[in-house]
Design a protein around this ligand. Structure first.
Ligand code: ATP
Ligand code: HSE
Length: 316
């Protein structure tokens, strides 16, 4: 369960006083996620009550980047992409301090995250990613990718020999992969702001349709086709990283093609982009595996599930 910071009912009630959102009727910590603390908040607002998400930013989110993320969500929502906006309080402020941390009240979107997507859902997710990229072609802000090629080197150096405690030989494998990616990374492809973390748990489905895209806190300026590689790697395998599901991978690409499309150069670079995606999640999961505080209410994610995906893309 991702709740790193406890927020008392009194603190939540006091926060709600800043908004035209009614008074607190219930609050629950949300089980999913590993990065931030999230709470489901119900209030007496509206005709039949209103529902919100309260997010407290932890770990990898730098509070200085929050204005970028909020502007991105506002831009996407204004262009018809189903994303949750950060709500403005009566003073027009989106960013708050809650229980000593940066936090924000966010629109609640209906839908569920699927853990074993079907091809229609994968097609819809690929299409939603393409629509998001289309809507971002005129988005003017930039944010460097802290989880890009340079970040992988830094993270690998910080984990160093401890990687072998996760799996014997992992350290050598990561070093070899970094070297390969240094040579193969396609630096000349078009760059844009990308989501960079569009896992199934960040897509809220309503049946086979996309009801919402959430969790933009790794969004950054990067090779745009990296986003489709991340999404492909995240969706197209069983959760433990075995069993590539070609019908899912193909549906993701087909959905994306229908909404935005990949150039020949982007298609040619796909194996390298996908290997970079796998290394990114292997390394962040490995770091978390080795460093999650014992008392945190969080379920660590398996780094080796992305080593197995990496093996798949390396065979292409
Ligand atoms: N705007 C929203 N509307 C509805 N549910 C939401 C919303 N934002 C978050 N959630 C719920 O909270 C869960 C955790 O949110 P989120 O994925 O943003 O957390 P995180 O810790 O940043 O996760 P991750 O590990 O994927 O980076 C989601 O899986 C979803 O169930
Ligand atoms: N989506 C990521 C967590 C965010 O870095 C993972 O599953 O490892």
């Amino acid at each position: 369960m991702a709740v790193y910071t406890h927020v008392s009912a009194e603190e939540m009630a006091a926060l709600l006083l800043r908004y035209d959102a009614g008074t607190l009727t219930s609050a629950k910590g949300i089980a999913e996620g590993v990065e931030n603390s999230n709470f489901l908040i119900d209030t007496s607002g509206g005709q039949d009550g209103e529902r919100f998400i309260l997010t407290l930013y932890e770990k990898r989110v730098d509070a200085g980047d929050l204005p970028f993320f909020f502007a991105l969500l506002d831009h996407l929502a204004a262009n018809g992409v189903p994303v949750p906006r950060a709500i403005r309080d009566r003073d027009n402020k989106q960013l708050q301090q809650v229980a000593g941390r940066p936090g924000c009240l966010i629109e609640f979107l209906p839908g569920v995250s699927v853990s074993h997507p079907n091809p229609a859902q994968a097609h819809a997710a690929g299409q939603a990613l393409g629509q998001m990229h289309a809507a971002l072609t005129d988005f003017k802000l930039d944010r460097p990718n802290t989880m890009g090629p340079e970040g992988w080197h830094e993270l690998a150096a910080k984990c160093s020999g401890d990687l072998d405690a996760i799996a014997p030989g992992l350290s050598v494998r990561v070093t070899a992969e970094l070297e390969w990616l240094d040579g193969a990374w396609p630096r000349d492809l078009p760059r844009a702001v990308v989501h960079a973390d569009l896992f199934p748990d960040n897509v809220l489905m309503r049946g086979d349709d996309v009801g919402g895209l959430i969790d933009f806190y790794f969004a950054c300026t990067e090779v745009r086709a990296w986003d489709i590689a991340v999404t492909h790697a995240a969706w197209s395998f069983d959760n433990d990283g075995t069993g590539y599901r070609p019908e899912i991978g193909d549906a993701i690409i087909a959905g994306y093609d229908a909404a935005f499309g990949l150039s020949d150069a982007e298609r040619a670079a796909f194996p390298a982009l996908a290997r970079g995606a796998c290394l990114r999640f292997l390394l962040t999961r490995a770091w978390d595996w080795l460093n999650t505080p014992a008392g945190a209410l969080v379920t660590r994610k398996d780094p080796l599930a992305f080593l197995r995906r990496l093996d798949h893309y390396a065979r292409l």
